[in-house]
Design a binder for this molecule. Structure first.
Ligand code: SAJ
Length: 446
């Protein structure tokens, strides 16, 4: 009997998705959930948007995007959707009972000990479980440590309702692959890993996400999906750490790291990334810790931990190079005025989450140096560059914003007290700067 009922539920869901009669609830309307909600609502599914913040819901209802910053296509979609009638927005989880599919996209930060903080996820899953209708599918898009679906999500739903996975409800993990500045682009073009609690659930998820993305849909199980997402970003962190290790070796051996990188990358199968003043953002600094969470204290995690340690050291290395350059110019760091260029975590972005510049500023706050910050995209640093450069004893380039890369440093020299450039992103031409009388020290390129 149970097998027939199970087939009945999954077949019913599949038919509902095919006919677009499936009611899809989106829990969490942030960077991940809002684009999801907009795309599926635009595809004429009946959708329910659930979020804690009434203000965010009211903005969407009025056709105003609650997400700041340059997000091509987002504001237009919010405006268009707001005129449609196939959606409902609410702070109440009670509407979940109308849903056939629930997609959870809430934040999963890590605490100062690098342990996942799942209070948002647990609250969302608990409230969904309390209101879920039998035979529904719950998909988690938040980035989660391997083992979280098994140890947190499934037990919470089974215990809350006395149900059994794959008989009374289904579960899936489809990790988000968003990037600030490309939210709609990534969601509608990127490949997605769809990890269902049974192969039929994975197929159903692929049918669902085919409505969102033109990218490849890779069917697997939810455990593999958890490992793939956290590993893809942990891998990038290790790759960047290697570039930074190469830069430190280059500095000590009088080599230009960018020249070395170019020659290394000529060898088949090599892809050394760019060394720099640090690694920021909402994914790369966090996901490596999620990746090793299930094995900490039980198996070797030294590669990931030392990559994190080296990448986190890089903003401090910028301070070391600055102190050295000032000393050579007879200036004490504690008496110096520093012009820090770039606060965002990435070039030409206004996103400052987990920015390496904050690590630098915190480190310098322990010294008596006067520090001024400039960033063309991030308030309150969108000041006149000349004001930040005026009478500074050194310029620290922390972010490779185009404005800095294309700057005429001879103009910078007119404002500085000492013509010192410490380049954290290979943004300034060393030979040209030196020909203009600058003392130039670059990460991996002294
Ligand atoms: N960084 C370096 N050297 C590099 C690349 C990056 O120091 O060679 C630094 C950046 O300055 C930044 C941080 O690392 O501070 C992260 O940069 P990122 O280019 O990885 O950008 P993110 O954080 O937006 O990462 C996203 C991720 N995408 C998703 O999660 C969907 C990541 O998986 C992608 O690989 C990355 O974008 C990408 O490819 O652009």
């Amino acid at each position: 009997m149970k097998a027939v009922k199970q087939a009945k539920y999954i077949d019913r869901l599949s038919k509902l998705v095919t006919s677009k009669d499936a009611v899809i609830a989106f829990v969490g309307l942030g960077y991940v959930g809002l684009p999801n909600f907009l795309v599926f609502t635009g595809k004429k599914f009946k959708t329910i948007g659930i979020d804690l913040f009434p203000d965010r819901l009211n903005k969407i209802k009025k056709g105003i995007s609650p997400i700041q910053g340059k997000e091509p296509g987002l504001a237009e979609m919010v405006k268009k959707i707001s005129k449609q009638t196939n959606y409902l927005l609410s702070t109440s989880y009670q509407h979940i009972r109308k849903a056939h599919i629930v997609i959870i996209a809430v934040q999963t930060p890590i605490n100062e000990n690098h342990i996942p903080e799942y209070k948002h996820l647990k609250t969302a899953v608990k409230e969904v479980a309390k209101n879920l209708s039998k035979g529904s599918l719950v998909i988690v898009e938040s980035t989660i440590a391997p083992g979280t679906i098994t140890n947190v999500v499934i037990p919470m739903i089974e215990k809350t309702r006395g149900w059994k996975l794959n008989e009374d409800f289904y579960v899936g993990h489809c990790p988000e692959r968003v990037m600030p500045g490309k939210l709609i682009h990534n969601l509608t073009t990127y490949a997605r890993v769809v990890g269902g609690s049974t192969p039929e659930v994975s197929k159903l998820m692929a049918k669902l996400y085919r409505n969102a993305t033109s990218g490849e849909l890779d069917l697997t199980d939810y455990k593999t999906a958890e490992v793939v997402k956290t590993a893809e970003n942990a891998f990038r962190d290790v790759q960047i750490a290697f570039s930074n290790q190469l830069a430190l070796v280059a500095e000590q051996t009088g080599v230009n790291v960018f020249e070395a990188r170019k020659l290394i990358n000529k060898v088949e199968g090599r892809n050394v990334l760019m060394p720099g003043a640090g690694v920021g953002g909402h994914c790369i600094p966090k996901d490596p810790w999620l990746f090793i969470h299930p094995i900490r204290g039980r198996a070797h995690t030294s590669l990931i931990e030392s990559a994190r340690e080296l990448n986190t050291h890089m903003p401090l290395h910028m301070a070391e190079l600055t102190e050295r350059a000032l000393k050579e110019a007879g200036v004490d760091l504690d008496e110096a005025t520093l012009a820090v260029l770039g606060y965002a975590y990435n070039a030409d972005s206004d996103d400052a989450r987990d920015t390496p510049t904050e690590t630098l500023l915190a480190h310098l706050s322990g010294r008596r140096a006067k520090v001024r910050v400039h960033d063309p995209y991030v308030a309150p640093y969108q000041v006149e560059l000349e004001k930040v450069l005026h009478s500074a004893d050194a310029v620290l380039v922390m972010v490779g914003h185009s404005q800095y890369k294309s700057a005429d440093v001879s103009v910078w020299g007119e404002f500085l007290r000492h013509k010192i450039i410490v380049d954290g992103r290979g943004a300034i031409d060393k030979v040209q700067a030196r020909s203009l009388g600058f003392k130039y020290l670059g990460i991996g390129n002294l």
